[in-house]
Every structure is written in C-alpha cells, then in structure tokens.
Write a protein that binds this ligand. Structure first.
Ligand code: SAH
Length: 348
C-alpha cells in the first residue's frame, strides 16, 4: 500500500497546494534527511501540520506489530503490519563502527528455497518503493545517535523479482537519504535477467548472490530456481556484472551439515568463484521450522573456510546475529505477529 515514501516531490507539492513553495523542500527534508513522520515536523505551522497528519497519502505505510532485541541490544527486529494486513520484517544490526539495516522487498517469497523460513512460508505480495524506503527510515530513527551506514536487501523476498520498486528504493536511498552505492548491497537467489539489468544501472551497488551449491544437481535441490537459470548462466551473468561495474561480487554459502560442506564442495566452489575474484560469505545454516538438517558445526565451518583460502579464495565466516529472536539469515517469516509487541528490555 503506497505511503509517504512513495510520493514524488511533485506529488508532495500537489498535497501542499496553496502553501509557499519552500514548504515542499521543508516537508521533504523532514521525511528524508530528518527521518521524521509529518506529525513530528514541529517547524511547520500547527494548522498545516494537522492538515498533513490527516492526509491519507501521508499516513505511514508500516505499523510496528512486533519489536524484539537480541545480542545485548545490538540486534533489533521489527515485524511490520502493512496497510492490507501483510507482514514483513526488518533487522537492524549495530557494530562498533557502523550500523547495518537489512530490508525486505516482498511480503513472503516465491523462490521456495527449502532451507529458508521465508521460502517455506510462500509469497504474499510485492512491496512498494515507499514500503522499502520506510524500513530504512525507521532504522535511521531507531539507531540515533548511531549512523546507519549500510543497507542490505537481504530481508524477506527476492529483490530481483520486484525489480522496479526495489530499484526505486535504491535511488531514493542514494538521492534522498545520502547512501552511496558502495554502501548498498542487493542480494539475489540468482535471477539472471535481474543481474543483467542491474549491470546496466548507473549506480554501482554491490551484488551478492546466494549460491549454496556449486553443481547443478545439488543446487536444483536447494535453490529450485536453479532449474530455470543453471549455474553456467548464473556465473556468466556474474562475469558480465563484474566487467561492467568493476565491483567485487560476493557469494553467500549457508553451510549445511553433510550437504554442502565436504572438501569436494569447497573445490567446486573455488573453481567457480576464483576466476571472478569474488568474496565468499560462509554462514552456518540457521535453524528453520521446515528444514530438519542442521548447520555445519563451527570447527568444520572453519575447516571449510581454510580449504577455500588455501585454494586462493577470499572467504570469511559471517558472525550470526539475532538467532534467538529469529532475526538471522533465512529466519524471517513474519511469525513475530503471533508474539506481543514488546519494547526493548535493558540487557543484563
Ligand atoms: N532472496 C534473496 C535475498 C534474501 S538474502 C537471496 O536469496 O539472496 C537472505 C540470505 O539468507 C540468502 O543468502 C539466503 O540463501 C540465506 N539463507 C536462507 N535460509 C538460510 C538459513 N536457514 N540459514 C542461513 N542462511 C540462510
């Protein structure tokens, strides 16, 4: 459902018809640079603020239905209820030197990766540009006085399956919220047409590809969309992206015990990614209700990384965040809606 962050400046000017022209800039700055809802734009005359606050086009698109914190308040997850009742989630992660927000691009997901809670839950609907941008604005407001430095499109949904609204959000983040392309990462399950389209955009955002298997037999099982765009097509598109953008790609690899963590998996992975000079992010598989295989134990994760490094691949183990509030990679399913809304507790 469209909200304030779906409006163009011209549309906002239309809502402010009859007001001095500088008001458009003032409200736009309030919404974006100051990340405030119109009700808090106290520098506006009271009557105008009341009029805007009552305008249906300026009602927030997201209502917090659940809020949880983990990792000693360093990870925050929201469950948002949208205007039509759909539910999405957003995760904010604080690090010593920066904060990162992970946004959803769809309510649910149609890609059906077996090990992912969002895939298990299925697809509800596409998000609008404004619904995506508003997640970032909420994170900016929450993080203060810390600064949100990075936005990753790694929440619920497949960004490339909602390309137009997703890219609209990237442009807003860049133009109106001041994020440079280097600090925006779009992650895909491997939709080749999307990667090609991204390669032609003027903003060189980072591309992450969720690989998880380096041969078609295993990848067909883990990531069903591989049947449509098999590895040869996917890797060719990655080479194209790199050639056109000159940006380093990264690959996500959720390590699944006994499934994709054998030395032969490391060898296959190394031979695919080494020519790309790509970075590999290893994540021990997080538990989800619908997938009974467990994550690779830590020692074996390190051994897998060491094998890759020995084969000349730049690989790191990603620190897991938010597993106890189902906020980690692959755990976003909107199930928070069943839990009561709770404000943050002070960690012990
Ligand atoms: N659809 C996009 C954006 C989601 S990013 C994509 O697939 O890239 C979410 C990341 O978490 C993806 O790399 C996904 O494969 C990974 N993931 C899914 N389930 C997971 C799980 N149970 N444990 C760890 N990572 C998982």
């Amino acid at each position: 459902m469209p909200g304030p962050y779906d409006l163009s400046q011209d549309q906002l000017a239309g809502l402010l018809d009859g007001e001095p022209a500088y008001r458009v800039r003032q409200v736009w700055d309030g919404l974006y640079r100051r990340a405030l809802p119109v009700t808090e734009l106290t520098d506006l005359p009271r009557a105008l603020r009341d009029r805007l606050a009552a305008d249906p086009a300026l009602q927030p698109a997201l209502t917090a239905a659940a809020y949880s914190v983990a990792d000693g308040a360093q990870t925050v997850k929201w469950g948002w209820r949208l205007g039509d009742g759909a539910v999405i989630e957003t995760v904010l992660m604080h690090y010593p030197d920066r904060s990162t927000v992970c946004v959803s691009t769809q309510a649910g997901c149609a890609m059906a990766c077996s090990f992912c809670a969002t895939g298990q839950a299925g697809f509800s609907r596409q998000l609008t540009t404004g619904e995506i941008v508003e997640q970032v604005v909420a994170a900016i407001a929450e993080a203060r006085p810390r600064r949100v430095a990075n936005v990753v499109f790694m929440g619920m949904g497949e960004p490339m399956a909602n390309y137009g609204p997703m890219w609209g959000a990237v442009e807003r983040l860049h133009q109106d919220l001041g994020f440079s392309a280097r600090h925006i990462t779009v992650s895909t399950v491997g939709l080749v047409p999307g990667i090609r389209r991204l390669a032609k955009e003027s903003l060189p955002v980072n591309l992450a590809v969720s690989l998880h298997a380096a041969n078609d037999g295993l990848r067909n099982e883990l990531v069903p969309i591989n049947r449509r765009w098999p590895l040869a097509a996917l890797i060719a598109a990655c080479h194209e992206y790199r050639a056109m953008k000159g940006r380093r790609l990264s690959f996500e690899w959720a390590l699944i015990d006994g499934v994709n963590d054998r030395p032969s998996d490391a060898d296959e992975l190394a031979s695919l990614v080494r020519p790309l000079g790509a970075h590999v992010n290893l994540i021990p598989l997080n538990p989800t209700p619908g997938y009974r295989v467990r994550g690779t134990p830590h020692a074996a994760v390190r051994a897998f990384r060491d094998l890759l490094v020995a084969e000349g691949v730049n690989a790191t183990v990603r620190r897991n965040r938010g597993t106890d509030i189902d906020a980690a990679c692959g755990q976003l399913a909107g199930s928070v809606i069943l839990q009561p809304l709770s404000r943050p507790r002070v960690p012990n």
